[in-house]
Design a protein around this ligand. Structure first.
Ligand code: CMC
Length: 398
């Protein structure tokens, strides 16, 4: 029962064996269920990739039709969840709204709670698991859109089940959708869909580890997703896409780049959008994302901050500090510029990471329940506090 490994921040610990995603950080290689990310980004779409992640195979035609139909017919939010969302302040961060609303969905779904229904609720009944996977994935986009509409102080736009996942998401958020017959720009639908494929899963990142950790307690999946979303909210993880743009805006000009990099080297600033725990060479997603940026700029006009971003990247890649530490642009370095060009408010960016990552969280949750060892996750610690001492009454304390 002794402590075997001391590994702060899990730098070297593998806590699960997994068949979902493989990353080779030295080669800059990523694949899901054996398919390289480049092929999925160019040939698949978000809902198909989500199916692949969760069920392990590409769907056949019948499975594909059923999957899309079911997801797009589980996009409506219950009135009670809408009330929770509308009760939030207009200036609440959309991620806070997202986390709250997903947790609220659990509150309104007691039939999904193993504490009430029995510990084998999901393992004994694949239909219950699938139903909840479909509900969560279907409604995640609607929660995101509703959080945007609250922020805009505009009425909520109900989902369109005849649209694709990303088309419907853009439709529900776009201010133009209040006009009769409006359809989002198909180039932006395609761009968002590729971004969603790129963000769908990334093995044991902070939020997926949270999902698995929390899920190991057998809590309901809504609560576990809310916890995973909270982990993703942080600026070192999914909040980085927002932090990158705030950083580039602060830098302000190409001329100011060298001075900013000096501050990073003095450890007074972080270069958001750079570095990765696993990739030590290149992040394959950031290469694809750079191409998506051009697609979006063609449709929406060139985002002026791209010049500062490019100068920042070029200067950092040549600088000894970053070269020595093997720090490269990650997926968040470019995604924020794309979302900004598309007209999303800055604080909405992390949600555009969270919604597709729901697919990965659910895939890992299902894998844990179906194939895990049934043990609660419970790391050990090394105690470095006080030795044994006697309690001192308050009047005798110095
Ligand atoms: N800017 C400046 N210095 C950095 C950065 C950075 N972005 N990233 C790492 N370093 C330094 C770090 O301070 C350390 O320096 P030293 O050796 O002098 O102590 C060295 O590089 C090695 O750091 P590390 O061990 O690679 O860092 P990590 O694996 O603990 O953290 C990270 C990974 C992504 C949290 C970190 O690189 C970071 O904070 N990046 C900025 C935030 C960001 O872009 N996050 C998005 C990550 S990709 C999408 C996602 O998964 O969410």
């Amino acid at each position: 029962n002794g402590l075997r490994v001391f590994d702060p921040a899990f730098l070297n610990t593998a806590a699960i064996s997994s068949k979902i995603t493989f990353i080779d950080g030295d080669r800059g290689f990523l694949m899901h269920r054996g398919y390289p990310i480049e092929q999925l980004a160019s040939k698949s779409d978000f809902l198909e990739t989500a199916y692949l992640l969760i069920y392990g195979v590409l769907p056949d035609k019948k499975q594909d039709d059923t999957w899309r139909y079911e997801i797009m017919h589980h996009t409506a939010l219950a009135e009670d969840v809408m009330k929770v969302i509308s009760s939030m302040r207009y200036d609440s961060h959309p991620m806070s709204v997202f986390i709250t609303a997903i947790a609220a969905m659990g509150a309104f779904a007691p039939e999904a709670n193993p504490a009430l229904q029995g510990r084998d609720l999901y393992t004994a009944n694949a239909d219950v698991m699938n139903k909840n996977i479909i509900r969560i994935l279907g409604k995640a986009g609607t929660v995101a859109a509703a959080s945007m509409r609250v922020r805009m102080n505009r009425p909520f736009i109900p989902p369109r089940s005849d649209y694709s996942y990303c088309e419907n998401l853009l439709y529900m958020m776009d201010s133009h959708s209040e006009a009769e017959g409006y359809k989002p720009d198909q180039r932006l639908v395609k761009a968002l869909d590729i971004l969603f494929i790129l963000h769908a899963d990334h093995e044991m990142n902070c939020s997926t580890a949270t999902m698995t950790h929390v899920g190991s307690s057998l809590v309901d999946p809504y609560s576990a997703i809310a916890a995973a979303a909270a982990a993703l909210y942080g600026p070192l993880h999914g909040g980085a896409n927002e932090a990158v743009i705030r950083m580039i805006e602060r830098i302000g000009s190409v001329e100011a780049v060298p001075e900013f990099l000096e501050k990073v080297k003095r450890k007074e600033e972080l270069l958001f959008g750079f570095g990765h725990r696993v990739y030590r060479n290149t992040d394959p997603r950031s290469k694809i994302i750079r191409e998506v940026a051009e697609m979006v700029f063609e449709a929406c006009g060139r985002e002026p901050l791209i010049e500062v971003a490019t100068a920042l990247r070029d200067a950092a890649l040549k600088d000894e500090f970053f070269v020595k530490r093997r720090l490269y642009p990650n997926v968040d370095f470019w995604s924020g510029l794309i979302y900004k060009a598309m007209g999303f408010p800055l604080d909405f960016f992390p949600i555009l990471f969270a919604v597709p990552r729901v697919a990965g969280w659910l895939a890992h949750w299902k894998q844990l329940l179906d194939h895990g060892n049934g043990k609660i996750w419970r790391p050990r610690q090394i105690y470095v506090g006080e030795g044994l001492r006697d309690y001192v009454p308050i009047e005798k304390r110095e």
